[in-house]
Design a protein around this ligand. Structure first.
Ligand SMILES: Cc1ncc(COP(=O)(O)O)c(C=O)c1O
Length: 1014
């Protein structure tokens, strides 16, 4: 067929579809708009041959008619004129920079085909590499109903406990599981990974010595990635890290005198299980802390460190049902003794009671958080690994203590069989005297070198640990069955040129293969919750029972300012749980992970295009970890130029608490910079401070648009001031959702920025994590990007690792990759435009009801808005919390409360919310404003009213008339808007008493006796 003949029908189709589109785009009244939402015609394709499953139309809530309507309400006749009034012209970039030409768009179907194609480029080897990572078996009931369930993965950190009791209970299960298995007094609700958990422990030991003792000793059989991360962290605090034989540490008097703590691994990287009880006593005699990195499954059989006196116990919980995922995300655990509990980093869930006296969970001891402590904080943990901790907890609930012990015994038994088998061939097992699941095997008897052994294993699709020239490592796990064991044995037989293996003649293991005195004698997980949900039906119901208590994006918008809670599309989540991506060990040889590497490279390239920077590292596991990594990169840059003395970090008072905390951790001195009453940075103050510290200025940290929700005109001037004084500019990219396609951190004047992929790039927040905080940097900083001890990453002059895994939480990078690829450049830009429009429309609707704290000279906000509630406190004693709790009665998650200003709410709708949802939220806010008015004018008493008594759970609704005792009806309390009749989300408890919970700190599940008395 000739070319013209094919083109003609295509053109006819295009013209027809363009006519269809024009007729659909006529102006429609507001009410009609709302009833038409959701119709396929509302978002027509450009022509009839284009894919219909275009992601932008699904991701961006408002359609063309709705954006047209919102623009007209704001007085603009086009999106461009609105943007011109919102974003300073001097920082705008050309449209072509982020367009479908620079980032082409794939349909949802095309994305899945592409992901499949790349997934198949990851070789499906069975890895026995160990080193802290295993092939976890995810129970299908947990995979489908927790990991793949948006009711579990879309909620935010449980800052609003009345609508988060489900995951709070599950996190308490996690804490209880850790306390019980480690035999420690208290555990937190997860940290980012084992290596950073060890770094937190090291700093705790240092702080515990009142920062007087500066030596931290690490046994050389600790995981190498942990040692690398410790080196990075030690630098910032001036801690002297000594790596050697734990047995020798106390022999050196000078070292002993300055010793803050010791870290040992139990079982260690080579598989040895060592009795550290005497050693612990000696370390304590030297006035230092004992920190133990350990393995939860091993602890079902081994004496727990708490029983031999450890002070801090930590590790990775991922072998409890979380896929390896090329390194994560995984929930690290962290447990301490009673005396250290108030210094413990990370989130802690505690039991308290609500105003009616019912037990209820909430975040405990929040004053430890960096939001409050800022530069006095010694940890910057904000987002951690809630979803993964919940998965691990559910795994323990499902298997129970007996099930866990059975799994551990099987793993240990198979490891013993393997040992007998390789010894029978003449190989030497280096740790024959003690092991749980790991053997270190000297293969020199039969192999010229270890490579021969690796090659034999590779023939059978097996990866072993590379130890040294003569030695390999093998770690078994729950996934290993008889066939796997035979295959593993066959690999050794091939290397030994020996005929086929079999089990005949192998001795049956009778005793544990570790010292008798280390056999666990104590019970664990006796609590009721770990002993009743073992059938799949019961487990399913427990998972859904908890999920029903939590408000997530599956219910309503979560307009948390600075958190960007947008659509986490199912299409971008689907590849995540494919085995092609889930089953990959982080230290698998590079040639086996071509698919992953390709995706990571594409993501890094796209992030560089979006930020305007030169290079990217995806290693940091959270925004705060990104800050820390970026600041270390800057320090290394100054150092390399002979300016290592530069250690002053300027930070505006409005900055997020993680900024000053990260700066201190990187060894910087924080100098605060003022902001003006209009929310803008005080450039005079910045200039004065930059000049005052000119000789020592290292960096200025700025969030843009600012945490006050405006694009400041002066950002480029601010960056110039810093550069003129020899400093670098760190741009906190938490608000990047306001920038993509319109401006970028490089154009604003930054040198480095972190991005919260769990905000702008649609990784779900998981109820408090996971997150990914990659850093993008200008060319001059690229050489310093973080390295990794086992896999080549980073630049030519790289800093040590900042995370345990080379590419951090690699598996969830797929989500952001898919998000960017499906939106393409045009969709990314459109998302930003609509995010700005939604926020401004919201500001417009709330105007006259609430005071908008900051706007630009054209009256515009950025992608979020700050409303000030101070007047209500003055008039009637109504606090931000009262408004927030009342919003729960309307079925909404409250916005960010009391940050960055204590009397304010920071509201961020994002582009994914439709006009209808935004209107619903504004209607709720306006109704609450009326209720507040009744309190101000005395129609309702100041101490007994709809706001002060909020939220109103169902249990209150069935109170007797006598108990009700309120000057308003039940209907006013529970159904203040008509749409609540159809769409009601019930908080499960009344307002929770925080102070009571902190004074009476209880952080584990009720015991069997307590459960019986409830
Ligand atoms: C402005 C800003 N910076 C940094 C962070 C820290 O990010 P993460 O919670 O991922 O550590 C946040 C988190 O809310 C933030 O809003």
């Amino acid at each position: 067929m000739n070319k013209a003949a094919t083109i003609r029908p295509l053109m006819a189709l295009r013209i027809a579809s363009s006519r269809l589109r024009q007729s659909a785009a006529r102006s429609i009244a507001h009410s009609t708009l709302l009833t038409r939402r959701g119709l396929a015609t509302a978002k027509s394709p450009i022509n009839l041959i284009d894919s219909l499953d275009t992601f932008t139309d699904r991701h961006v809530g408002p359609d063309d008619n709705e954006t047209g309507f919102m623009l007209s309400k704001l007085g603009f006749d086009s999106m461009e004129s609105f943007l011109a009034a919102t974003v300073p012209p001097q920082i705008r970039i050309a449209d072509s920079m982020i367009s479908n030409a620079s980032i082409p768009a794939l349909s949802e179907t095309e994305l899945h085909l592409r992901a499949k194609e790349l997934g198949q480029k990851n070789a499906q080897f069975k890895s026995y590499i160990g080193m802290g990572y295993h092939n976890a078996v995810v129970p299908p009931v947990i995979l489908r109903n927790v990991m793949e369930n948006p009711a579990w993965y879309t909620p935010y950190t449980p800052y609003q406990p009345e609508i988060a009791q489900g995951r709070l209970e599950s996190l308490v299960n996690f804490q209880t599981m850790i306390m019980s298995l480690t035999s420690m007094d208290i555990a937190n609700a997860s940290l980012l990974d084992e290596a950073t958990a060890a770094a937190e422990a090291m700093v705790m030991a240092y702080v515990q010595s009142n920062q007087k003792k500066k030596t931290f000793f690490v046994d050389k059989a600790v995981l190498p990635q942990t040692i690398s991360v410790l080196k990075t962290r030690a630098k910032g605090f001036g801690i002297q890290l000594v790596i050697g034989n734990a047995a020798d540490v106390l022999k050196h008097d000078a070292l002993r005198a300055d010793l803050a703590g010791v870290l040992v691994q139990y079982p260690d990287v080579n598989g040895f299980v060592t009795d550290y009880s005497d050693f612990t006593k000696q370390v304590h005699d030297a006035g230092a802390l004992v920190v133990v990195a350990t393995d939860l499954l091993a602890l079902t059989l081994l004496q727990p460190p708490g029983e031999w006196g450890a002070d801090i116990v930590l590790g990775n919980s991922a072998r409890f049902g979380v896929p390896a995922g090329y390194g994560g995300p995984h929930g690290a655990f962290f447990a301490v003794t009673e005396k250290l509990k108030r210094k413990m980093p990370g989130r802690l869930i505690g039991r308290s009671k609500d105003v009616t006296g019912n037990p209820a969970y909430r975040l405990a001891l929040q004053t430890r958080e960096q939001h409050i402590r800022r530069e006095k904080a010694t940890s910057n943990i904000c987002t951690s690994q809630a979803l993964l901790a919940n998965m691990a907890a559910m795994y323990a609930v499902y298997h129970g203590p007996a099930g866990l012990e059975r799994i551990a015994k099987k793993v240990h038994f198979l490891t013993q069989i393997l040992k007998f088998s390789v010894e029978r061939l003449g190989f030497r097992v280096v740790n024959a005297s003690s092991y749980f699941d790991t053997l270190t095997i000297d293969v020199s008897k039969h192999c010229a070198n270890a490579e021969v052994m690796h090659a034999a294993a590779a023939l059978l699709g097996i990866n072993l640990r590379r130890v040294d020239h003569n030695t390999v490592g093998v770690t078994l796990d729950e996934s290993v069955g008889q066939a796997d064991l035979l295959s593993l044995m066959r690999a050794f037989h091939i290397a030994a040129s020996h005929p086929e293996p079999d089990f005949t003649g192998l001795p049956a293991p009778k005793e544990p293969a570790f010292p008798q005195q280390l056999v666990r004698e104590s019970n664990f997980l006796q609590h009721s919750v770990f002993n009743k949900h073992h059938s799949e039906t019961e487990m399913l119901r427990y998972i859904f029972h908890l999920a029903s208590k939590d408000l997530g994006l599956v219910h309503a918008m979560i307009p948390l300012g600075s958190c960007t809670m947008k659509l986490n599309s199912t299409s971008s989540m689907i590849p995540l749980t494919w085995p092609e991506f889930g089953g990959i060990h982080p230290f698998a040889p590079t040639e086996q992970v071509e698919g992953y590497r390709h995706i990571i490279k594409e993501l890094e390239d796209d992030l560089c295009k979006i930020t305007g920077f030169h290079a990217c590292s995806v290693q940091p596991n959270s925004g705060a970890a990104g800050e820390y990594a970026g600041l270390n990169v800057i320090r290394a840059y100054h150092d390399a130029r002979g300016e290592g003395h530069r250690d002053v970090c300027l930070i505006p008072l409005s900055a997020h608490g993680t900024n000053p905390a990260s700066a201190v951790m990187a060894g910087l001195k924080v100098v605060p910079v003022k902001t003006h009453a209009d929310g803008n940075l005080d450039l005079e103050d910045l200039k004065a401070k930059a000049e005052k510290h000119k000789g020592n200025l290292a960096v200025f940290m700025i969030t843009y648009p600012s945490t006050f929700g405006v694009f400041e005109d002066g950002v480029t001037d601010a960056c110039k001031i810093i550069h003129d004084c020899g400093g670098q500019v760190y741009l906190d990219g938490a608000n990047l959702n306001a920038q993509v396609g319109l401006t970028n951190p490089a154009v604003c004047g930054g040198d480095v920025c972190h991005l919260n992929l769990h905000k702008t790039f649609a990784i779900p927040h998981g109820g408090g994590g996971p997150g990914v905080g990659p850093i993008c940097v200008a060319k001059h900083l690229a050489p310093f990007l973080p390295s990794h001890p086992l896999v080549k990453t980073g630049g030519s002059d790289a800093i040590e690792a900042v995370s345990a895994a080379p590419f951090g939480s690699a598996s969830i990078l797929l989500i952001s990759w898919a998000y960017i690829k499906m939106l393409g450049g045009n969709g990314l830009s459109e998302s930003t435009n609509v995010a700005l429009l939604n926020a401004n429309y919201m500001a417009h609707r709330l105007a006259g009801h609430y005071s908008l704290r900051f706007k630009n000279k054209n009256g515009r906000v950025a992608h979020e808005l700050l409303i000030d509630l101070a007047e209500f406190d003055k008039a009637a004693g109504l606090k931000v919390t009262d408004f927030a709790k009342r919003l729960q009665d309307f079925g909404f998650h409250p916005p960010t409360c009391s940050w960055p200003i204590s009397t304010c709410m920071l509201i961020e709708p994002t582009e994914s919310e439709t006009l209808e949802e935004i209107d619903r939220f504004c209607d709720a806010m306006i109704q609450i404003r009326k209720e507040a008015e009744d309190i101000i004018t005395g129609k309702q008493p100041k101490d007994n009213n709809l706001l002060k008594n909020a939220p109103h759970p169902l249990s209150l609704m069935i109170a007797s008339d006598k108990e009700w005792n309120r000057p308003y009806t039940r209907e006013e309390a529970a159904y203040p808007m008509p749409w609540l009749r159809e769409k009601k989300f019930w908080p499960t408890v009344s307002r929770i008493d925080d102070a009571y919970g902190d004074l009476n700190l209880i952080c584990d599940c009720p015991s069997v006796e307590e459960t019986a008395s409830l």
